[in-house]
Ligand binder design. Structure first.
Ligand code: MG
Ligand code: MG
Length: 307
């Protein structure tokens, strides 16, 4: 049995509003390890990764915490690549800038193993800016650009194995700015915004992507941003956008991923416990992760009948 490795990534440098550094502990308190162990899985909590020493560099004035994000990227890429040899890592974020490291690290491992790397980005945003194009200066909006090999990441670790655009699928998009939209159009990305999902359902694009991963014998990294979910069910995020995935849509994605058996690594990102309501967002992430790892929601009796 592939062990599940919980790896804390308390990264808070990717944007100005603080709080995501508490995410790993909130997910632990919400019972992530127990929920997975309950499914009969082998679970090991490897604690939190620490960033590398800060690089000495002149940061462009518009970028927020560039040196810190570079230091995290190096550490997490190493941690992710190493973890892939031991099991299925679940990276507990931390803001989305952690995926500069985790997705780069898992892709490096896949390249050495001779497998194509695929990336499923569950997010309201495309996170396809570069340090040169970002208007906000918040580097949590850049990881897809970095791991797919876009230029403009001066000072970041060299990328061992860029993930091809055609292996990258976005689901849940509803906040993409014009520069990003134009840049995304130049690649062969799978782009599925909420309108498509409203019109045709969420299962079809997930199934089509998973068929491609399976046909290629690929490794699959899933990056789940809290803002993929509708803020009504997941309030604990600094970048809420109305109109996100519903409870059932989110669970259905996780169940399809589980059925496929293709997921080789997972990020849980942008949980800001400071903004949560009695832990409900952290608990939802735990439930979704359990769904992805094999739990079936209809196994659970309703409260009225449980007693
Ligand atoms: Mg994101
Ligand atoms: Mg987002």
């Amino acid at each position: 049995m592939t062990p599940i490795l919980l790896i804390g990534a308390p990264v808070d440098s990717g944007k100005r509003r603080r709080g995501c550094l508490m995410g790993p502990d909130a997910l632990r308190v919400a019972g992530l390890a127990d929920a997975l162990a309950y499914l009969g899985l082998s679970v090991e909590d490897r604690g939190d990764v620490a960033p590398l020493p800060l690089p000495d560099l002149d940061s462009p004035a518009h970028l927020h915490a560039l040196a810190e994000t570079i230091a995290w990227t190096g550490a997490l890429a190493q941690a992710a690549e190493a973890a892939m040899a031991d099991g299925l890592p679940v990276f507990l974020g931390g803001d989305h800038s952690l995926s500069l490291g985790t997705a780069a690290g898992v892709a490096a491992h896949a390249a050495k193993a001779g497998r194509p790397q695929f990336l499923l980005w569950l997010d309201a945003h495309a996170d396809y800016h570069t340090p040169r194009t970002t208007q906000s200066g918040n580097l949590h909006g850049t990881p897809v650009a970095y791991v797919t090999g876009r230029d403009g990441f001066d000072g970041f670790p060299d990328l061992a194995a860029p993930i091809p655009a055609e292996n990258t699928c976005f689901i849940g998009l509803r906040s993409v700015d014009p520069e990003e939209r134009a840049a995304l159009a130049t690649g062969a990305f799978g782009l599925h915004d909420m309108r498509t999902i409203d019109e045709s359902g969420i299962a079809a694009p997930v199934r089509a992507f998973l068929d491609r991963v399976a046909a290629a014998g690929g490794a699959l990294h899933v990056s789940l941003d809290v803002d993929f979910l509708d803020p009504e069910i997941a309030p604990a995020v600094g970048t809420t956008v109305p109109g996100g995935a519903s409870f059932r849509e989110a669970h259905l994605v996780m169940e399809l991923l589980s059925d496929s058996g293709l997921v080789t690594s997972l990020d849980l990102v942008e949980l800001n416990p400071f903004l949560d309501e009695r832990g409900r967002t952290a608990s939802l992430l735990v439930d979704l992760t359990a769904s992805l790892m094999g739990k079936r929601i209809f196994d659970r009796p309703t409260r009225e009948y449980a007693a």
